[in-house]
Design a binder for this molecule. Structure first.
Ligand code: ACO
Length: 310
């Protein structure tokens, strides 16, 4: 049994917060944020909006695009570091909002690598025959974890959700290879204790990010049995444009083959790859049948890469 990506959706809250808006909150400048991160604006959800609300909108679109009905989904996987509650899970809340009938549903936490982990879990359930249509969602309201007096982290993040439907097929799998890793000894680089705000050692995180995404990307390409040149587009986690540029250089990919939309949304953590994949597809950067390399890193540390045929 192989898995196919049959549908994709995204949703971001309507409120745009620009770098100029942040200049009014703390000592910073559009110039500093743009040159250090590539970010120009981000979306921030209203106070009462939860991760499941954003996930609902993205999921509706993904299910619609997949050409199936809600009742066909038998597994809901939600990657989030900003769940609605400790329990019930955001996956259960989402399943209820979508009107699904008794699907398997659970959340998991791999920070910004969540979507890579989620696609891998979904693919494994399909390949083992345990699920037929899996909804994989990355959804975040990171604005709630941010210390709005800490200018170093407050400028980096935004809110949003992305979703895909993975469906079982008798044809070869679209997910050609997955490589996932973690190293808990680096947990202090990027962390958020329960009830507290996010903290980060930016410089060290930057170095680890480039190194880790490079190594799993090369492994994933090798495992997929294709050549680097066969890859139409690299879709990296959107954390910092300088990380993306450094990764492109290490992997020897021209920048035109490495997608970024960080200027619009900042770092949306687990939602960043599905949102980027959605927009790249809409912009015609790749077509059905093209090979993509997805790669991410995040708190944990966690990191990983996937080669897939879209
Ligand atoms: N505006 C103006 N000045 C600032 C700001 C700001 N928003 N933030 C920091 N500064 C100042 C600092 O105070 C410092 O001033 P000083 O020299 O007088 O002490 C100076 O700018 C340099 O600060 P650094 O922290 O050394 O800046 P750096 O060049 O490392 O850039 C950044 C910081 C952008 C955070 C960078 O380190 C980075 O992007 N790291 C990776 C972060 C990342 O990707 N995190 C996401 C992880 S994914 C996940 O799982 C959530």
């Amino acid at each position: 049994m192989g898995s196919k990506i049959t549908g994709i959706g995204m949703y971001v809250p309507p409120r745009v917060v620009t770098n100029f808006d942040l200049e009014k909150i703390f000592e910073t400048s559009d110039e500093w944020i743009t040159t250090r991160t590539g970010i120009k604006e981000r979306r921030i959800a209203d106070e009462w909006v939860k991760a499941s609300d954003l996930a609902y909108e993205a999921s509706k679109e993904a299910i619609h695009n997949a050409g199936i009905s809600e009742k066909d989904i038998d597994l809901v996987l939600v990657a989030t570091s900003t769940p609605d509650n400790i329990f019930p899970s955001t996956a259960c809340i989402l399943a209820d909002k979508l009107g699904l009938k008794n699907p398997m549903a659970f959340d998991f936490s791999a920070a910004c690598s969540g979507f890579i982990y989620g696609l891998t879990i979904g693919d494994s359930f399909i390949k083992s025959g345990k699920a037929k249509n899996v909804l994989v969602v990355g959804t975040e309201v990171f604005s709630k974890l941010i210390d709005w007096t800490d200018r170093t982290t407050a400028v980096l993040f935004g809110d949003g959700a992305g979703a895909v439907v993975l469906s079982a097929s008798n044809e070869d799998s679209d997910i050609l290879s997955t490589v996932m890793k973690s190293d808990g000894s680096y947990g202090n680089l990027l962390h958020c204790q329960v009830g507290e705000k996010l903290k980060m050692h930016g410089r060290e995180t930057f170095k680890q990010a480039v190194k880790s995404m490079e190594s799993t990307s090369l492994k994933a390409i090798q495992k997929a049995g294709i050549k680097k040149e066969d890859i139409k587009l690299v879709i990296p986690h959107q954390a910092n444009i300088r990380i993306i540029e450094a990764l492109a250089e290490k992997l020897e990919f021209p920048l035109e083959k490495v997608y970024h939309n960080i200027h619009r949304y900042g770092n949306t953590s687990a939602a960043s790859i599905p949102i980027a994949m959605y927009e790249a597809y809409k912009e015609g950067k790749f077509q059905r049948g093209d090979y993509l390399l997805l790669t991410a890193f995040g708190g944990g540390l966690t990191w990983g890469s996937i080669v897939l045929r879209f």
